[in-house]
Design a protein around this ligand. Sequence first.
Ligand SMILES: CC(C)(COP(=O)(O)OP(=O)(O)OC[C@H]1O[C@@H](n2cnc3c(N)ncnc32)[C@H](O)[C@@H]1OP(=O)(O)O)[C@@H](O)C(=O)NCCC(=O)NCCS
Length: 265
Amino acid sequence: MSDPQIRLLCYNLYMERPLIQQIQSFAIPDGLRKTLLDLAGEAEKLSPSLSKRTAWRVGYALERIASEAADASLDVHWWEIYLYMLGKYAAEAGPTGQAVVDLARKAVSPLRSHFGPYQPVTLRLIDADTVRGVCLLSDTLEEPQNSMVAPNAISLAQAHFNPHAWFRAIYAGKAPVGFVMIVDDDQTPEYFLWRFMIATPFQRRDYGRQAIERLVDYVRTRPNARELGVSCGEGPGSPRGFYEKIGFISTGEVIDDELVLKLAL
Ligand SMILES: CC(C)(COP(=O)(O)OP(=O)(O)OC[C@H]1O[C@@H](n2cnc3c(N)ncnc32)[C@H](O)[C@@H]1OP(=O)(O)O)[C@@H](O)C(=O)NCCC(=O)NCCS
């Protein structure tokens, strides 16, 4: 085996055997095995042209995707985020990374069939096992969308210093797909949606709408709750159309360059 191959296949020290060998031994359908082996093989060829850090991320992403595919007992599924990020890391390498970008795109459909649909949408506590993945969700957002919301890592840090911050990961079935944080102050009738995002590969699948429904279910249980407010940027990438579609109404007020909208509860 050449040096780059050794580098890609062995840098995760937790792995007992190289990933390609593991995939060969997994009890998974042959078609899916081929998809994973093709992806791992192309990623291995790409590895020498990546920085050490990106090569590590590529290897880690592949390992997560493959191990989730092989273990039906896992409670949390990150594969779709890691597959998306794998394509993104490969795209950073320019034309050399195109084969991995294409294979990552092609792998979505067989993996979706393998795992089945992700429903229902729930809001769950974030813990030591999931916090890193929840932060990674933000890395899937591209310009201009990512200028509409702070990275989840920043939101979680801010929450640490705000006694009224209430936050959850948004799940679709077993998959963490987004993040929500509100100002949960029962001394005021207006509860405020402070941060909200759905990771790129999960957008336009109705998860945002359902997450707001779950959030509203929660806020309705809070003292004095009569409305849910939000403010958002306008222009390219703006979520304004989303909020209006699900029942928020513009107040016309602008605070810090953001339009304020409200949803009656
Ligand atoms: C805004 C955001 C949360 C929407 O999430 P989503 O899961 O893609 O939304 P859904 O699939 O549930 O969409 C619900 C409806 O809104 C529509 N919609 C979604 N995003 C929209 C947008 N940017 N503009 C107009 N309509 C939009 C959908 O087409 C769908 O309409 P339909 O009922 O006719 O099918 C997501 O695009 C996002 O995370 N954006 C980046 C971060 C951001 O802007 N956060 C808000 C900060 S205030």
